[in-house]
Design a protein around this ligand. Structure first.
Ligand SMILES: Cc1ncc(COP(=O)(O)O)c(C=O)c1O
Length: 385
């Protein structure tokens, strides 16, 4: 195509193709086992697929209501009450979204004004900062300790100023697999009480938590819930990342602003899937079993990797496992990850891409949301290097 004009004046001049797209493409080209991007390689529950088909046959093929199918919002409200003993009104405190990414983008679009500061912990999932910047905000990043990934709340306190509009947390945390404890949440609550600071709590892995730990949702803490947008993903929970279905919870006044943006962004999202998810959520075991399911995969993968030269501490949540390769190579993590794809046929994500100033700690992120067979094949190769 002939280029007529190039005066778009990029709003995101430094943004490049996401590392997930880069690594998945490279994995595809090299026919590598793909443990990079975070999605399962096994099928979702046939019952859920049948429910979607049925909803289509039943004619649920036109626009859903703007905030989402009321029955689904009611089931979500029931789930949140069951798990976190918090009440969200399905009428005006829950919106169904096209995945958590759209929910996060909408939260930021609705709340960030020019010059507002947003505290972001690094390593961070990659969709937060570009969206903050698009709306004129300034990310204030805090690098977490690369060993423990614990939050230094004194540092947070120091960085809070009159410009701070929002803090973003993510628990269980991508990419580290760390989780925020009850005392972390209480520290945060103490810091935010008597301020107007908003909270975006990205809880897409809420059901993927291990070793008997309990997910500490912002919904559990009244001083956080009153100011929180909580985002969630059915893609992560029900093995359907390609469906891009999720939701956002917030108190009515915040949700009102969220919906002002939502209605002109997507208006409403996939109707038959909402109808299916409404029925599927009526069985709590469909999401309660997820932690046990993935813990078996984590344990299998780690057992298979125990004699490798990688160093690791078991992930506490999410379906990611970090592995340190400092005993194997001094290469930069991006180069090492690319070489692993090309030379041995296993794809991972280099963690520096999530870090402040691309801090390279010689760590790769492996996704173990894969069939046992895939994990065995990958581990066998990784143990040889
Ligand atoms: C921390 C985190 N937040 C949000 C998302 C996006 O979720 P969705 O696919 O529902 O948009 C992801 C996906 O990898 C994630 O890891």
């Amino acid at each position: 195509m002939t280029q007529f004009l190039n005066n778009i004046d990029s709003k995101l001049p430094n943004v490049q193709t996401s590392i997930f797209a880069v690594m998945s493409k490279l994995a595809f080209e090299n026919n590598a086992i793909n443990l990079s991007q975070g999605y399962p390689d096994f099928k979702s529950d046939p019952q859920l697929i049948k429910l979607v088909n049925q909803a289509m046959v039943d004619g649920k093929n036109q626009y859903a209501p703007m905030p989402g199918v009321f029955g689904l919002r009611t089931q979500i409200a029931n789930k949140i009450e069951l798990l976190y003993n918090a009440k969200y009104n399905p009428e005006n405190e829950i919106t169904i979204t096209a995945g958590a990414t759209q929910a996060i983008f909408t939260v930021l679009a609705a709340s960030i004004h020019k010059g507002n500061e947003v505290i972001v912990f690094k390593p961070a999932y990659d969709c937060y900062e570009p969206a903050i910047k698009l709306f004129g905000g300034k990310p204030i990043t805090i690098q977490l300790d690369p060993e423990t990934f614990k939050v230094d709340w004194d540092m947070v306190k120091m960085l809070i100023s009159s410009k701070t509009k929002m803090i973003i947390i993510n628990t269980p945390h991508n990419p580290s697999g760390a989780v925020l404890s009850k005392s972390d949440m209480l520290e945060l609550e103490k810091l935010l009480i008597n301020t107007n600071i908003l909270l975006l709590s990205d809880e897409v892995y809420e059901h993927i938590i291990y070793d008997g730990e309990e997910h500490q949702s912002a919904a559990l803490f009244p001083g956080l819930a009153e100011r929180a947008f909580i985002t969630a993903s059915f893609g992560k929970t029900f093995h359907n990342t390609g469906w891009k279905m999720g939701y956002c919870l917030a108190p009515a006044a915040l949700m009102k602003e969220f919906q002002k943006v939502h209605q002109y962004n997507v208006f409403s999202v996939n109707h038959p899937m909402q109808v299916a998810l409404e029925t599927y959520l009526k069985t709590p075991n469909n999401y309660l079993k997820l932690g046990g399911f993935y813990q078996q995969k984590r344990d299998l993968f780690l057992d298979l990797m125990k004699d490798s030269r990688f160093e690791f501490k078991p992930s506490k949540g999410t379906y990611f496992q970090l592995m340190n390769y400092k005993n194997i190579s001094v290469e930069r993590d991006v180069d090492f990850a690319k070489r692993l794809i090309k030379e041995i046929g296993v794809a991972s994500i280099p963690v520096s891409v999530f870090n402040d100033d691309n801090l390279d700690t010689k760590v790769l992120r492996f996704c173990f949301a894969k069939s046992d067979d895939t994990l065995k094949k990958a581990a066998e190769i990784l143990c040889k290097i």
